[in-house]
Write a protein that binds this ligand. Structure first.
Ligand SMILES: C[S@@+](CC[C@H](N)C(=O)[O-])C[C@H]1O[C@@H](n2cnc3c(N)ncnc32)[C@H](O)[C@@H]1O
Length: 387
């Protein structure tokens, strides 16, 4: 069918080999970051197909055609991937929260590894990338969820819509959170957006409507994997011995800063974070760490630092402002541990540090099974650093 233009839905560009509405057979090569769609190629064109799995052949219908890529929907699986499974959750296809439930967990990890390798290929060819650290729980790992309630229906909002997909359970959420659904349904005072979260003391909190300040804060949602991250940060610091100062930039409420301060009472430790309420929470624990509520770029511009320092960078998904990377490059701390939930922006930022630093290791971590998200921790040391 490729090249046939009998369909009235064809694109405006007559030179395109494919057109909207066209049906064709495609074979999925791999899965992609940012939506987790399958990638297929045909006649120099790249196709993105949601809900597909690696190495499977599908009959697809083209839904969008751009200059050199297209989007398509699989309308029939002709030969299923060996890793395809029936999603354990009955609404997995509709609620939009888990784009990879139809793929078994080992294959999800393999795809995350491939995504990280491909992101690093140009930046650091040949660099050794560790296998992703798997989540101990493939399901039931989230310690915080946000649902919507209308009448007595509880559900998630369908992607890009206000339509509720009703749910009885959410398999990636801790059971203690979803077991609150029956009470929430009965409670007439609870409606609209409802956040159900586990507090640090283990109890469960339910908040509807406007969120109180402490729930605006960033916190890691996979408790077991977050503990692994903290342990890995502390292990990494213990493995290097030449610095007196640790800077935890984008420190949130002290998720890393406070355990580091407990582990290294003889070192100076500084946490910097934009959110004043996060800093307020971080300061509640008695510790020798110093906290600053500031934009990281401004903090770096306004202060002078010595190079015997270890910097932890854990920016939001968009990565660091270019001025942060410039300031770091001028400063030249001995080591930088960059933790990121977006390997693409991480690699973009690291590219501007490669003239002074070399990559020691890259460790992907799976904080979000059943999704395409992957966390990456990368250790850099100054290339002229001895020790
Ligand atoms: C991925 S979170 C990491 C938080 C913390 N390290 C943790 O593990 O909980 C990123 C943090 O960066 C903060 N942030 C965003 N932009 C910032 C900026 N320009 N300067 C300082 N902090 C910022 C956010 O408020 C958020 O707490």
């Amino acid at each position: 069918m490729a090249g046939s233009k009998k369909n009235s839905l064809k694109t405006a560009d007559e030179n395109q080999p494919f057109f909207v509405g066209q049906e064709l057979e495609l074979e999925i090569e791999s899965l992609t970051f940012n939506g987790g769609r399958g990638l297929a190629r045909k006649e120099g064109f790249v196709f993105f197909l949601p809900g597909t799995a690696p190495q499977e052949k599908v009959l697809a219908k083209v839904t969008k055609v751009k200059k050199n890529f297209a989007e398509a929907m699989a309308i029939q699986v002709l030969s299923p991937s060996p890793n395809r499974r029936t999603p354990p959750c009955p609404v997995a296809q509709d609620c939009g929260g888990c784009c990879w439930q139809h793929i078994d967990y080992p294959a999800q990890l393999k795809q995350k590894y491939a995504i990280v390798c491909s992101a690093y290929k140009k930046l650091a060819p040949g660099v050794f990338i560790q296998q992703p650290h798997a989540s101990p729980n493939e399901f039931r790992y989230r310690n915080r969820i946000q649902v919507h309630k209308a009448d007595d229906r509880i559900g998630f909002l369908k992607s890009k819509s206000h339509q509720i997909v009703p749910i009885e359970d959410c398999l990636i959420s801790e059971e203690e959170l979803t077991s609150q659904f029956a009470n929430i349904r009965k409670d007439q005072g609870l409606r609209g957006r409802i956040e159900i979260a586990r507090k640090t003391d283990g109890s469960v909190t339910i908040v509807s409507g406007k969120r109180p300040a402490h729930l605006h804060l960033f916190s890691q949602v996979n408790t077991a994997q977050n503990q692994w991250l903290i342990d890995k940060v502390i292990d990494t610091l213990s493995g290097q011995n030449s610095f007196q100062n640790i800077y935890d930039l984008y420190c949130g409420a002290g998720n890393f800063t406070l355990p580091i301060a407990r582990a290294f009472p003889h070192l100076n430790i500084v946490g910097v974070e934009l959110s004043e309420s996060s800093i307020k929470i971080a300061k509640q624990e008695k510790s020798h760490a110093q906290f600053f509520a500031s934009d990281v770029a401004q903090f770096l511009r306004k202060n002078r630092f010595s190079s015997d320092a270890f910097v932890i960078l854990d920016p939001p998904r968009i990565g660091c402002d270019p001025s942060v990377i410039d300031e770091l490059s001028h400063w030249g701390p001995d080591h930088i541990l960059y933790i990121s939930c977006n390997p693409m922006t991480q690699v973009r930022d690291l590219a501007n540090l490669m003239s002074k630093y070399s990559i020691k290791w890259v460790q992907p971590i799976d904080l979000f099974p059943q999704t395409d998200h992957v966390e990456v921790m990368t250790l850099l040391s100054r290339s002229d650093h001895v020790g």
